[in-house]
Design a binder for this molecule. Structure first.
Ligand SMILES: [Zn+2]
Length: 354
C-alpha cells in the first residue's frame, strides 16, 4: 500500500513540475510575463544595477501591485536599498514641539546642517522655527547651498572650507563631469562644508550700566544703574524639571531648552539683580536676565509671565517668572542661558547633575 501511495505522490510532483517549467524558463531569460508578477520583479531587478533605475523604482507606489507593472516596495527594501545612504534633499514640515536640534536628530544630522540649509527662513536663528514652516533637510552633514549666478566651484568650495572635488563627486549633485557646472538657484550639497553662524542675542547687561536700546531689544530692557545682592557662583536648576525639551547646547543655540509646562515656576538660578524683565525682540518672547555681580549672568526666555521687576534683588531659588511659549517657540519650555564675562557657558558645566 505504501508503495502505491508514494507512486501517486511522485506522479503529482512530476505533473506540477511540468506545469511550472515554462514560467521558470521565462524567469531565466528575463522575459516579461504580464500574468506573472514574479517574472516582472525578476526583470526589473536584473536591469536595476545602475543608480538611475534604482531611484525610479524606489518611487513606485506600494499598493498598485496586481495586474500592473508596479512592484512591491517590500521587495525593494530587502534587496536594494539598505546599503544606500540618502542622496536627495527632503522636505519637512515643522510640527508642534519641534526644534532644530530635534529635527536634526530625527534625520541623523548635526543641527548646524539643518540651520545652514534653511538660511532664507531661519536666518541662523534656531528659535525662528514656527509650526507649519517647510524646511529643506540635507541628505548629509554640510552646507546645502543655493547656487548663485556667477559662482564657481572653486570659490564656493573655499567659502565652505572643502575641496572642489567634494562637491563634484557627491552623486546627489548629479554633476556631468565632462562639463561640471550648476544652474543658478539650484540646491547644491557641499558635504562636510561649514561656516560661521550669526548669533542673534540680547547683549549682556551689567547692573551698573545704563540700559541698552529698548527699540532694538524690546520693552523688557531695564534702565540700569542698579546695586544689589551678589551670586555665590554655585547654580541651581531654574525649573523643577531637569530634562531637555528641544534644543540642547550647540553652536547655533548657546543655551539649553528645559522642559517646563506653561505656568510652571521659574526660579533664580543664583542670587542677583534683575537687569531685563519683559518683552524681548528676536524670538525670545517674555524674558528675564539676572546679573549675578560676579561675572555671571543668567537669562530665562519664552516666559508666559514675568514676576520680577527691573532693578529688584532676587535670591537663589526665588520665583522670578512663569514658564510659557512666548516669542518664537513651538511649545512651552524654558530657554536658559548662562553667560560669563560676556561669553556663553554651557549650562551643563555649571548646573548640578540632573
Ligand atoms: Zn532655546
Amino acid at each position: 500500500m505504501d508503495i502505491v501511495a508514494w507512486g501517486i505522490a511522485l506522479l503529482f510532483l512530476g505533473y506540477a513540475f511540468f506545469l511550472w517549467r515554462p514560467k521558470l524558463m521565462n524567469l531565466r531569460s528575463g522575459m516579461v510575463d504580464t500574468h506573472s508578477n514574479q517574472a516582472i520583479i525578476s526583470t526589473k531587478l536584473q536591469i536595476s544595477n545602475d543608480e538611475e533605475t534604482r531611484e525610479t523604482l524606489s518611487l513606485e507606489e506600494y499598493h498598485k501591485f496586481r495586474g500592473s507593472l508596479h512592484i512591491s516596495r517590500k521587495i525593494l527594501l530587502s534587496t536594494i536599498i539598505p546599503t544606500e545612504s540618502r542622496r536627495e534633499v527632503r522636505d519637512y514640515t515643522v510640527v508642534m514641539g519641534d526644534s532644530v536640534f530635534g529635527i536634526a536628530q530625527k534625520f541623523n544630522l548635526k543641527p548646524e546642517s539643518v540651520l545652514w540649509a534653511n538660511y532664507e527662513q531661519l536666518k541662523d536663528n534656531p528659535h525662528a522655527l514656527v509650526v507649519g514652516m517647510k524646511l529643506k533637510i540635507p541628505p548629509t552633514d554640510g552646507v546645502l547651498y543655493k547656487w548663485k549666478e556667477g559662482d564657481t566651484v572653486e570659490e564656493v568650495a573655499r567659502t565652505f572650507d572643502v575641496n572642489p572635488n567634494d562637491i563634484l563627486s557627491w552623486s546627489g549633485n548629479h554633476v556631468d563631469l565632462t562639463n561640471p557646472q550648476f544652474i543658478a538657484d539650484s540646491l547644491v550639497m557641499i558635504p562636510g562644508g561649514h561656516r560661521e553662524i550669526q548669533q542673534w542675542i540680547i547683549p549682556t547687561i551689567p547692573r551698573g550700566r545704563a540700559g541698552v536700546s529698548a527699540g532694538l531689544y524690546g520693552s523688557g530692557v531695564c534702565r540700569g544703574g542698579y546695586e544689589g545682592v551678589y551670586g555665590s557662583g554655585a547654580f541651581i536648576w531654574p525649573t523643577e524639571n531637569h530634562t531637555i525639551s528641544g534644543n540642547d547646547y550647540w553652536s547655533g543655540h548657546l543655551a539649553i531648552d528645559i522642559g517646563a509646562p506653561t505656568g510652571a515656576s521659574i526660579v533664580a538660578a543664583d542670587s542677583g539683580v534683575i537687569v531685563f524683565a519683559g518683552w524681548a525682540n528676536g524670538g525670545y518672547g517674555n524674558t528675564v536676565m539676572i546679573d549675578h555681580g560676579n561675572g555671571y549672568q543668567t537669562l530665562y526666555a519664552h516666559l508666559s509671565s514675568v514676576v520680577a521687576r527691573c532693578g529688584q534683588s532676587v535670591i537663589k531659588g526665588q520665583i522670578i517668572a512663569r514658564s510659557g511659549s512666548t516669542g518664537n517657540s513651538t511649545g512651552p519650555h524654558l530657554h536658559f542661558e548662562i553667560r560669563y564675562q560676556g561669553g556663553f557657558v554651557n549650562p551643563w558645566y555649571v548646573l548640578p547633575p540632573p
